[in-house]
Write a protein that binds this ligand. Sequence first.
Ligand code: MN
Length: 232
Amino acid sequence: MSHVFTPDPIPSVAIAGSDDRFPVRRIYCVGRNYAAHAREMGSDPTREPPFFFCKPADAVVPVAPGQTADHPYPAATANYHHEVELVVAIGKSGSEIEAANANEHIWGYAIGLDMTRRDLQTALKDKGRPWELGKSFDRSAPIGPLHPASAIGHPSSGRIWLTVNGVLKQQGDLADLIWSVPETIAHLSRYFELRPGDLIFTGTPEGVGPMVHGDLVSGGIDGLGELSLRIV
Ligand code: MN
């Protein structure tokens, strides 16, 4: 069998301490998973079931530790927002996974940015339309190297933060997730069969805000390192 044109390479993410790569199959994202961020977006942070949206796999932009990657300001927005998030990488397939068993399906963890064209997302949300134009565009998922769960375990607490030009904008703790990582996997796997290579962006703490040309954007999560971008 031959393809009618050469397919793009499979998108992949670096692995800390290894030359191997983690091939990306799908990117799932959780909406509003920290109470204070839900409030700042005008929602009631009650424990209603989590909701999900997706980004295409080739939205990932691997960013090496210690590197400040140039990140192009995207088209069609005047309000480009950062959302720093814990990213979970799935290593074992499953459907209807019980939260108590969810950690068995996790390959590792990374820091990621759920980049958002907020003006488009807000307009789409107001009209009840899908969010893709606001959330699922090219290069909308910068991500640091994955840290294998076999090496670091399963973090359920730890500081998560983001600065713009050295000024602290977002800060929270993984312990403040409304839906924990195992609970998120339990919900998501009712709707999709999770497969090795799937990534889950688990939501962002409060303090999301705009970035402009020239900004230096840096995020970090305890134990998972830092990620830096220059908006160009
Ligand atoms: Mn997000």
